[in-house]
Design a protein. Structure first.
Length: 359
C-alpha cells in the first residue's frame, strides 16, 4: 500500500515537550481518534510548527493507534496516541518556512492567499501524495543542506489557541493584520466605515451590537446609544464563543444572534468565510443570518467561494446560510431606509443580499 502523508501540528512548546518525552509518541485529541486510526505503519507525519509557520520534521508511523493519558504535554492530554520514529529532523532555526514551498503546493492559490491555512487548523490532516512529497523533500533537503533563519522566541513558546466543541476541533488562528487594499468603490467604503455603518444600523433597529474584540478600541461608543455589548450570550461553549467574538459585527436580540457580518475589504476573502464555516461546523442547528460584506468588484469571487465544495460538506452547506452584500447595496439601503430603520426587522437584509448558487 502506498505511503500516505499527514500534517501533524505542534507549537514550539508542544514540540519541545514531545522531544523531552523521547520523541517517539505523537498525540492527538480524543475526538480525532477515528482519523488517527486511519494512520498505518509506514505513513509519514509532516510536523508543522504553528506560530512560526515552519516544517520541522518527518516522523514515520510505527504500529496502530492507542489511548494513553501519561503526561507528555502541559497544555492538553492528547490521549489518542501513536508510536513514531524520526525520519528527518531540523532545528527551529533550520526548519522550513512554509512560505518557501507554498507556490509548489496544490492547495495554494495566489488569488486566495490565506486559503491554505485551512489545511493547518487541526491534525492529523491528510495531504495528497504530490503535496506530501514536496513537503517531505523540503525537510530532507533542509537536513542535508541546512539554512539557518532566526526564530522569534515569543512565537515559538506561545500557548496554542485550540478549542474543542463536541466532535469538532478548531484552531483559532492568531489575528493577522493585513494592509487594506485600495478600492475604487464608493467614498467611505473601507473596512472601518462599513463596520461602523453596520453597528449604527443595528443599534437604530433596536438591536444590541457586538464588534470584533480586536476592533473595540476603534468604535465610537457614544453614537451607539449604549447598545454595544461587553459580553456574548452565555449559551455557547468556549470554542464557539472564541470564533464568534472575532466576527466583525453581530446584531443581537437578548440572548440570540440575529445577524453576523464579516467585512472582507483586503486582498483575501477567506478569513471571514473560515470563521463562518467554523461557526456552522460547531453549531449546525444555529439559525443565524450570515453575511459576507465586500466591495462590489469582489462579488463573483465571494459567491464562488461560498459555494466551494469544502463548505458544501459542512453539516449545513454554507451556501444555504451565508449570503453576499455589496458595499454599494448596503450604502444604498442605509440611505433609503435611514428614517424607518427603527421599524424594520433584520430580514430586510435578504432584499439586498445575494445567495450563492450551489455547485
Amino acid at each position: 500500500m502506498p505511503r500516505q502523508y499527514w500534517i501533524d501540528l505542534f507549537t514550539g512548546k508542544t514540540w519541545d515537550e514531545f522531544k523531552a518525552a523521547g520523541g517517539n509518541t505523537s498525540g492527538f485529541r480524543e475526538s480525532k481518534a477515528k482519523t488517527v486510526r486511519r494512520l498505518k505503519p509506514g505513513d509519514w507525519l509532516l510536523c508543522y510548527v504553528t506560530g512560526v509557520s515552519r516544517f520541522i520534521a518527518i516522523l514515520e508511523v510505527e504500529g496502530e493507534s492507542f489511548s494513553d493519558d501519561t503526561f507528555i504535554w502541559s497544555d492538553d492530554v492528547f490521549p489518542t496516541r501513536i508510536h513514531v520514529k524520526p525520519v528527518a529532523e531540523l532545528t527551529p532555526e533550520t526548519s522550513v518556512p512554509v512560505g518557501s514551498i507554498l507556490p509548489r503546493l496544490s492547495f495554494y492559490d495566489e488569488l486566495r492567499p490565506l486559503a491554505w491555512t485551512g489545511r493547518f487548523r487541526s491534525s492529523p490532516s491528510k495531504v495528497d501524495s504530490a503535496d506530501g512529497a514536496v513537503i517531505a523533500d523540503a525537510i530532507l533537503t533542509g537536513q542535508k543542506s541546512p539554512t539557518a533563519v532566526p526564530v522569534d522566541p515569543r512565537k515559538w513558546g506561545r500557548t496554542p489557541r485550540g478549542y474543542e466543541s463536541g466532535d469538532v476541533v478548531v484552531t483559532i488562528p492568531d489575528d493577522e493584520v493585513e494592509p487594506e487594499a485600495a478600492s475604487p468603490g464608493t467614498a467611505g467604503s473601507d473596512h472601518g466605515s462599513i463596520q461602523d455603518l453596520l453597528l449604527r444600523m443595528g443599534s437604530k433597529m433596536g438591536f444590541d451590537v457586538w464588534v470584533a474584540r480586536n476592533d473595540r478600541g476603534k468604535v465610537d461608543i457614544d453614537v451607539l446609544g449604549g447598545r454595544l455589548r461587553d459580553s456574548l450570550p452565555a449559551q455557547f461553549d468556549d470554542a464557539t464563543n472564541r470564533t464568534i467574538e472575532h466576527i466583525d459585527v453581530l446584531w443581537l436580540k437578548r440572548n440570540s444572534i440575529e445577524a453576523a457580518f464579516e467585512i472582507e475589504h483586503t486582498t483575501s476573502i477567506y478569513s471571514g468565510l473560515l470563521r463562518m464555516s467554523d461557526l456552522v461546523a460547531m453549531q449546525p442547528n444555529l439559525n443565524i443570518r450570515l453575511y459576507i460584506v465586500a466591495p462590489d468588484e469582489k462579488r463573483d469571487r465571494v459567491l464562488k467561494e461560498i459555494a466551494r465544495p469544502t463548505f458544501a460538506r459542512l453539516p449545513r452547506p454554507l451556501s444555504e446560510l451565508c449570503r453576499f452584500i455589496s458595499y454599494s447595496s448596503l450604502l444604498e439601503a442605509s440611505e433609503r431606509y435611514g428614517e424607518v430603520l427603527s421599524h424594520l426587522k433584520s430580514d430586510f437584509l435578504d432584499g439586498i443580499a445575494e445567495a450563492a448558487e450551489p455547485r
